[in-house]
Design a protein around this ligand. Structure first.
Ligand code: ARG
Ligand code: ZN
Length: 874
């Protein structure tokens, strides 16, 4: 059941208009569709067979041009309803019954806390009614909703409200019309009892847009930040991308049961409530930033995704990669650009690189899939954004903007491909981007090795670059990528940059060197001393840079690089090389020894007066467990965890007074605000206290921070550190107190569950106990992510228990969720797929669990695809 990109054919029939009626009753919902089809003029073969998708539907009636179809007139096999010999233009009507209250997959129409809502991307619309459920079939939609007036006073769909009124039996109706053609994955419907937060945005064109955020009434006090984020997004998109909103109304609805973060349905975005609801008491700095960026992300989709959409699901990165690029620029423009870049690259290097190295490796435009939901990945999103960022780097801001204007202008109202996007960038820049297109088709993380040579006598300095990319499934050999390497050569004597003009492959405007061959070399002449190369500035390409250079050069760059990102990277390289050295000593039974040069380097960062608090915090954070495990061949989990603990303890000891002084200085009582300067302070303060927590004698400081905290950032820092501690009684008392105080607040309970599940002292037995807690519900994805997800991804000590009990526990949960919610089940599999990384014992135990899952008779496509791919690589 594999779908291939190469098999794409244009749709047989197009749609002029779709009219839907939803009659919502307690036991079921009746859906009436009225669809005007016409043969696609592009199909010269004049097809006469209509194929519609439909899943979990009960047919009441089907008709063509008002003539009812009996079951002799159609077949319905494997999701496809097939009707032969249809005319060239015709009206198709269907009446189907669906059962939203039984829909635990959270795709199509379902119930969440008594509210009806939809999730149609990617292929959920087929769970609502029969339809050509593919993004290249676009239609105008008119939607009528009928429901009980008391239970569901709010009835929403895409576009503008055309009509509403009361009906018999205490029922009412609303009719919505969306004037913009759209694929059905952007359809949305909501029926519930909701309160609304309102505001108005006036566009640059002077149009007034009504803004509405719908939430359950007890959440009204948590809507202000989302509203302001939306207003900032609308303004930013006008200024930075020239994109103006097009409807008179923009709505957001918060729901508690949601598989993903949020969804960009036209004019009616639906959000996971955890990504909208916020206030100072319950939201951390990271939470505020995430909410603002997701509000931006979904809003930006109105152009990059909705006005210009995808031809097929292989093109997913066309909208997602571009929109992630847009939202990360939004955050960078609003807050701290350097810190945002550091955070994004960290995510990429820890999570996406791992995906690229594992059995699920795929290009940002995959060439095949079994279940498209499995391809909403870090690769498609985050690496996709990096590929767009490389285009931005190659073209520069002004030319890139011309390219994006051309793209929106040329393809408005169409469903297009990633080539269409790149071609626009090529046309406006005159650059040949043919080779660049390989980034869309080849999986894996390229490796760029760098060799340097300086000849004192002749004053010649050469840099040699060698690129390669390890094989991945179905792609044994890779062709060379077009890799933009942003660089500077620093002159140690006076810290100036050398002039690079002499080099052909170097672009003066963008400071970019174009690496396009397997091997390339540059020579610089007439130098009096060896320069220090600052390469891949701002992480200008998603590659692994391998440059075996003296540690003193990293220390030099850490102190002097004027590229913020590379300054951070230099620090990370120092820490990483220390950790990897010590790892091999510990693995052979030797003893850990701290490197005094590393401490000196950290000390000078602490004393550096030009570095912001946020930068200090980022630089002084050690590379994490997950990132390091990728750098080690078949990592021994115990050795690595033990190493990290010892190293942190030594750092804490060696710089104890500095951590303490900084903590005390930063721990002031200013009134909380979500602004970059304060966020930076709090992140540095968190780092100081985290180091101190390794010394044992600071538990009093931690509890007093917990008790005096006036905001969730501090409170959750303290709670995290308490969750690591072995003081069971104290921990229990604090956790119980927290729950008592906050149990009415869903977002607080989710955070509380997640912090406990990640705690170093939280065993599998404790996790099982949390799943018995009254607040846990396996049918709520946020709860599953908070407990099971946090445990599998964030609690390496217990998840990787030597006896395999962590893996067995996870497999048990995957098998339960497979029946309820395949998308969530499949997401959790990721933790078992990276078995290659681990020591033989753990590797075999993980594979055992994958086999156990594979034996399940009723395995969903979602889980099956992941498990099959993983076992293929054993
Ligand atoms: N388009 C949404 C976003 O990125 C994500 C929807 C994903 N849904 C899914 N079923 N995989 O904003
Ligand atoms: Zn998106």
């Amino acid at each position: 059941n594999t779908i291939y990109l190469k098999d794409y054919t244009a749709p047989s029939f197009l749609i002029e208009k779709t009219t839907l009626t939803f009659e919502i009753f307690p036991e079921y919902t009746l859906v009436r569709s009225h669809i005007l089809f016409s043969q696609n003029p592009l199909r010269t073969d004049l097809p006469t067979q209509l194929d519609l998708f439909g899943v979990d539907l009960e047919i009441v009636s089907l008709s063509i041009d008002s003539i009812e179809l009996s079951d002799k007139h159609y077949t319905w096999v494997d999701e496809v309803l097939c009707i032969k010999n249809v005319p060239t233009n015709f009206l198709f009507e269907a009446v189907t019954k669906i059962y939203p209250d039984k829909n635990t997959s959270l795709e199509g129409l379902y119930l969440s806390n008594g509210m009806y809502c939809t999730q149609c991307e990617a292929e959920g619309f087929r769970k609502i009614t029969f339809y050509p459920d593919r993004p290249d079939v676009m239609s105008e939609f008119e939607t009528r909703i009928e429901a009980d007036l008391n239970d569901y006073p709010t009835l929403l769909s895409n576009g503008n409200l055309l009509d509403s009124g009361e009906l018999e039996n205490n029922r009412h109706f609303a009719v919505w019309q969306d004037p913009f053609k759209k694929p059905c994955y952007l359809f949305a419907l909501v029926a519930g009892d909701l309160d609304v937060k309102e505001d108005v945005f006036t566009t640059v064109e002077g149009k007034k847009v009504e803004l509405k955020i719908f939430v359950e009434s007890h959440n009204m006090h948590k809507t202000e930040f989302a509203m302001q984020s939306l207003i900032r997004s609308m303004k930013w998109d006008e200024e930075r991308f020239g994109r103006v909103y097009d409807l008179d109304l923009f709505m957001i609805v918060a729901v508690d049961h949601f598989n993903m973060g949020a969804m960009e349905n036209k004019g009616l975005n639906i959000f996971n409530s955890a990504l909208v609801l916020a206030d100072e008491a319950t939201t951390t700095d990271a939470g505020f930033e995430r909410i603002e960026s997701v509000i931006g992300h979904e809003y930006f989709h109105n152009w990059s995704g909705n006005r210009v959409t995808c031809r097929d699901w292989f093109q997913l990165s066309l909208k997602e990669g571009f929109t992630v690029f847009r939202d990360s620029e939004f955050t960078a423009d609003l807050h701290d650009r350097a810190v945002k870049r550091i955070d994004d690259v960290k995510l990429l290097k820890t999570m996406q690189f791992a995906e690229d190295a594992g059995p699920m490796a795929h290009p940002i435009r995959p060439s095949s899939y079994v279940e498209i939901n499995n391809f909403y990945t870090l690769t498609v999103y985050e690496k996709g954004a990096e590929v767009v960022r490389m285009l931005h780097t190659l073209l520069g801001e002004t030319t890139f903007r011309k390219g994006s204007d051309l793209y929106f202008d040329r393809f408005d109202g169409q469903a297009v491909t990633t080539e269409d996007f790149v071609v626009c960038m090529q046309e406006v820049s005159g650059l040949n981007l043919d080779q660049f297109q390989r980034w869309y088709n080849q999986a894996g993380t390229p490796i760029v090795e760098v060799f340097e040579h300086f000849d004192q006598a002749s004053g010649k300095y050469t840099l040699k670059f060698k690129q390669s990319c390890p094989p991945s499934i179905n792609q044994p050999e890779k062709l060379a990528f077009h890799i933009p390497i942003k660089m500077a050569l620093m002159n140690k004597a006076d810290q100036t940059h050398l002039d690079l003009t002499a080099i052909d492959e170097f672009d003066m405007d963008t400071q970019v060197y174009h690496l396009t061959q397997d091997e390339q070399m540059i020579t610089f002449e007439n130098l009096t001393s060896k320069p220090v190369a600052s390469l891949l500035r701002d992480f200008s390409a998603p590659v692994k840079l391998v440059f075996d250079r003296p540690k003193v050069e990293f220390a030099y760059l850490l102190a002097n690089d004027d590229n913020s990102f590379n300054q951070f990277e230099a620090g990370q390289s120092l820490m990483q090389s220390h950790l990897l050295e010590q790892y091999s000593i510990l693995a052979k039974g030797g003893e850990y020894q701290m490197d005094s040069d590393l401490i000196d380097a950290m000390q000078s960062v602490l004393a550096h007066d030009e570095l912001s608090d946020a930068k200090k915090a980022a630089i002084l954070t050690l590379p994490n467990f997950s990132y390091l495990s990728d750098q080690i061949d078949q990592v021994d989990v115990d050795v690595l965890l033990n190493l990290l603990k010892q190293c942190k303890t030594q750092i804490a000891k060696a710089l104890e007074q500095q951590w303490l002084d900084n903590f005390n200085a930063l721990n002031d009582s200013v009134e909380y605000a979500f602004v970059a300067s304060q966020v930076g302070k709090r992140s540095f303060k968190a780092l100081c206290l985290s180091y101190l927590s390794y010394l044992g004698q600071y538990s009093g400081l931690i509890t007093s921070l917990y008790e005096s905290a006036s905001n969730m950032t501090d409170r959750s820092l303290a709670l995290n550190l308490i969750a690591n501690s072995n003081n069971k009684n104290q921990k229990q008392a604090i956790n119980a107190g927290f729950y008592e105080k906050w149990k009415q607040d869903t977002q607080m309970v989710e955070q509380w569950l997640s912090i406990q599940s990640r705690g170093e002292s939280t065993s599998i037995a404790d996790i099982k106990a949390l799943m018995q807690h009254e607040s846990f519900d396996i049918k709520t994805p946020n709860k599953v992510r908070s407990v099971i997800g946090s445990f599998a991804m964030g609690n390496p000590l217990h998840f990787h228990a030597k006896d395999g009990s962590g893996y067995e526990f996870l497999a048990d949960q995957i098998l339960v969720l497979n029946e309820l919610n395949p998308q969530i089940a499949s997401r959790l599999c990721a933790a078992l797929t990276h078995f290659k990384r681990y020591d033989e014992n753990r590797k075999l135990k993980m594979i055992d669990q994958l086999h156990r899952i594979d034996q399940c008779k009723s395995l969903s496509k979602d889980v099956k695809e992941i498990v099959t791919r993983s076992l293929q690589t054993v």
